[in-house]
Design a protein around this ligand. Structure first.
Ligand code: SF4
Length: 277
């Protein structure tokens, strides 16, 4: 992996930003009441501790469904003959090894596969990029400006070239979570570096209910603002982690916000502030 010469030391210590970090630092609209900074601390400052690692590696049913749904779409497009054979869904289900999974996961993923098989929204599209979702961390994009520098991580599900040569970044969703426009903004910013010179749009598509978001398009000036916001988030998080490493004052730097939401937090078993009544 190439790193700029003056950034070659301690790269993993350098500030970084991603949609996930943005969502951990700043709550989405309407979610302020259950947003917890301590959760960010567990995820992004104490992630190398064995018990935190063990909890982070436990995949929830919702996460498993999201991942398998994306892998299913990927398999359909890897072998487009699967769209025209009568048992296309069963073949993809076999590739995904759905047998042996819980009834809930298997049933929902099979429904998603059937829905995509009958309504393959990307079948006639020119797909430039499609990921399976289990590739691990993408390569960072180095953003180096006069006032800031940070690594940007953006794992896009799919990039399509529209007939008018507009790049369309599509993010697949499952479940009932609302679309968070910030995710699209991060992808559009990343695409400005990865595919310079193209007009770009982004949207979300829920594979479980076929709900499409509105198309999101922003100006270069707005992307500059997004970049500036991400630079602030990257710096704040970097400083918080350094403070924690130097002082060990976890709850002061990453304050808890206990409540009923703790029962859905992956760290409730090790969090001394968890409210589980
Ligand atoms: S258990 Fe509750 S207080 Fe502790 S990190 Fe999770 S959400 Fe925050």
């Amino acid at each position: 992996m190439f790193f700029p010469k003056n950034l070659a030391m301690s790269n993993l210590e350098r500030p970084f930003a991603s949609y996930h970090l943005w969502s951990l630092v700043v709550p989405n609209q309407g979610q302020q009441h259950w947003h917890c900074q301590m959760r960010r601390g567990f995820m992004k400052a104490r992630q190398n501790e064995p018990e935190v690692q063990a909890l982070r590696s436990q995949i929830t049913a919702a996460q498993q469904i999201g991942l398998l749904a994306q892998q299913g779409v990927y398999e359909f497009h890897r072998n487009r003959d699967l769209f025209v054979v009568a048992d296309g869904v069963e073949r993809v289900a076999s590739i995904l090894e759905l047998d042996g999974l819980s009834v809930q996961v298997r049933t929902r993923v099979l429904n998603i596969l059937h829905r995509y098989y009958t309504k393959p929204i990307l079948r006639r599209k020119r797909i430039l990029l499609m990921t399976r979702g289990d590739e691990g961390f993408p390569k960072p994009i180095w953003i180096i400006r006069k006032n800031y520098r940070f690594r940007l991580y953006a794992m896009m599900d799919c990039v399509v070239m529209e007939p008018d040569n507009t790049l369309h970044i599509l993010d697949f969703k499952t479940g009932k979570s609302p679309f968070d426009q910030r995710q699209a903004l991060v992808y559009l910013l990343a695409a400005r570096y990865l595919y310079p010179g193209y007009r770009m749009i982004a949207s979300f598509y829920n594979l479980e209910n076929s709900h499409k978001s509105e198309v999101i398009r922003v100006s270069n000036r707005e992307l500059d603002q997004v970049e500036g916001e991400l630079a602030l988030i990257a710096t704040k998080h970097y400083q918080d982690v350094q403070k924690y490493k130097n002082s060990g004052q976890f709850s002061q730097i990453f304050p808890p916000n206990p409540g009923k939401h703790c029962r859905y937090c992956p760290f409730h078993r090790i969090c001394e502030f968890a409210q589980l009544d």
